[in-house]
Design a protein around this ligand. Sequence first.
Ligand SMILES: Nc1ncnc2c1ncn2[C@@H]1O[C@H](COP(=O)(O)OP(=O)(O)OP(=O)(O)O)[C@@H](O)[C@H]1O
Ligand SMILES: [Mg+2]
Length: 451
Amino acid sequence: MEKPKLLVVEDNSSIATQMKWALAQDYEVLLAENRPSALELFKKERPPVVTLDLGLPPQSGGVEEGFLALSGIKENDPSAKVIVITGQDQRENALEAIARGAYDFFSKPIQIEELKIVLHRAYYLFELEREHRELQERLKIKPFEEMIGTSPQIQAVFNSIRKMATSDAPVLIAGESGTGKELTARAIHRLSNRKDGPFIAINCSAIPETLLESELFGHEKGAFTGAHIQRKGRFETAHEGTLFLDEIGDLPGHLQVKLLRFLQEQKIERIGGREEISVDVRIIAASNRDLKEAMKDGRFREDLYYRIGVVVVLLPPLREREGDILVLATALLQRYSLENKRNVIGFTPQAIRAIKTYHWPGNIREIENRIKRAVIMAEGSKITPHDLELASPFEKYEGKGLKEAREELERDFIQKALLKHKGNVSKAAEELGVSRPSLYEMMEKLGMKKE
Ligand SMILES: Nc1ncnc2c1ncn2[C@@H]1O[C@H](COP(=O)(O)OP(=O)(O)OP(=O)(O)O)[C@@H](O)[C@H]1O
Ligand SMILES: [Mg+2]
């Protein structure tokens, strides 16, 4: 891995060499011994962190050159972290430097180990701020109104939506549940020439088979018992617009035939009707299952698949849209926090890690639900893994050695057993599968008090 750049501005060459030698293992150290060369090097190399000796030539005793160098650097890049180095007993100057934008100060003689810690923190902070800035930038990009995402995967989806929107060809949207199939269908409609016409959605798996045919194609009066009046189906209501057939894999066989007929001739027939009705409808279908599988099993007609699947939009699962996960989480947090009038402003670092590593089987719908809930449940201003119900059972052991972790676990187990048996050591020991004396011994070793 490349070492981060560090600019050391120091006119005393022996101190400069010493610092370079001590820090070269962790940083790519760049040296400058006066203000002009420091600024030149800064502009060229853009180091995130600078250590700046305030006493620079021509008046190494004064601090004016140092202050000028500080403002020069901050003007160039306000995000740079400048650690000012002053002579002994120059607290005034150090505080003045902080007021002028320095990140921290240090007085000579320099304690290298301390400096290393300060540097480490400065880089960490710089990195955090940079990530935050990038996130804010990315949140501003909203190509499809409510559809959030800047990953290459979702950009490819946006591109194909744009390309196919103006054609009338049927579209098949495939993707796991919660990946945004319906939202995609609406986006296609909104960008199409049919945008002023209706967008009618119907979920083929949610309507009983006996009603589905009439829902889709309508019926004539008296077509079946209970058909007291003539009724138009969704195909007709979608005239000059878009019909979204969700879960098309669940369309019963005889309706697959009728749909195929429509795709070939743009005509439908109401149940019990004797004439064909021409309708101008674009079909968008969605499926969260593999239709090819269904086709092999004979549950989905091959000829229909080839008609409906001329254009396929494949929605990637959220776990494959790495760059989007945090963007989505942040946008959703802002939305729900506003909606619920809660002052929840962010995520703890642990929550960010949990969000990044979780595999999101329920995709965007799941992240919406978890964050909505977390915003309501959060006790502080930041959401924790616990609020998201993503707390890892290992979290409490983090940074601990095996021995310490084991003891922690033993302590938890014993405590739980004792609580359960209301402090009765014999019963707790029995539950834990140890003898009473050895439980006492363990408790003593773990520093646990009997109550
Ligand atoms: N790119 C996105 N940006 C923001 N929100 C999104 C995005 N994609 C989907 N959503 C939201 O996620 C939820 C699920 O989306 P949608 O209903 O379109 O998914 P679906 O694939 O049809 O899901 P299902 O298979 O469960 O029907 C919706 O609340 C939707 O608003
Ligand atoms: Mg859906």
